[in-house]
Unconditional design. Structure first.
Length: 99
C-alpha cells in the first residue's frame, strides 16, 4: 500500500507476498506536473505489471489523472472522481446505483 512513501523499498517487495501495488496520490500529482516524475512512475508501473502485479493508483480526481494512469499500466483506479469514501452500510446502495 502507498508505494513511494514511508518505508517502501525493494527488499520488502521481494519478501512480502502480494499481488497489487498501490501508488500513492503524491506520485499521481508529481506525474501530472513533472515529465521526469511521470517517466519514473511509468517505468515502475510497467515493471510491476511485467512482473504480474496489478497496479492501483489512488487519488484520481479528474479525467486527466485517469487517462494518465491508464497509460501507466493502471489496473485499478481509486479516488474522488469515482466516489467519496462510503460507509460500509451504504456500499450496496452505491453499487446498485452504478449498475
Amino acid at each position: 500500500d502507498d508505494f513511494g512513501t514511508g518505508y517502501s523499498n525493494f527488499d520488502r517487495i521481494i519478501e512480502l507476498p502480494f499481488d497489487i501495488i498501490k501508488f500513492d496520490r503524491s506520485l499521481v500529482l508529481a506525474s501530472s506536473s513533472d515529465a521526469k516524475s511521470e517517466t519514473m512512475v511509468s517505468y515502475l508501473a510497467h515493471m510491476f505489471s511485467d512482473m504480474n502485479y496489478s497496479v492501483l493508483y489512488e487519488g484520481i480526481e479528474n479525467e486527466q489523472d485517469e487517462d494518465m494512469c491508464i497509460n501507466m499500466c493502471a489496473r485499478y483506479l481509486q479516488g474522488y472522481k469515482y466516489s467519496k469514501p462510503i460507509p460500509i452500510a451504504k456500499l450496496t446502495d452505491f453499487f446498485e446505483k452504478k449498475a
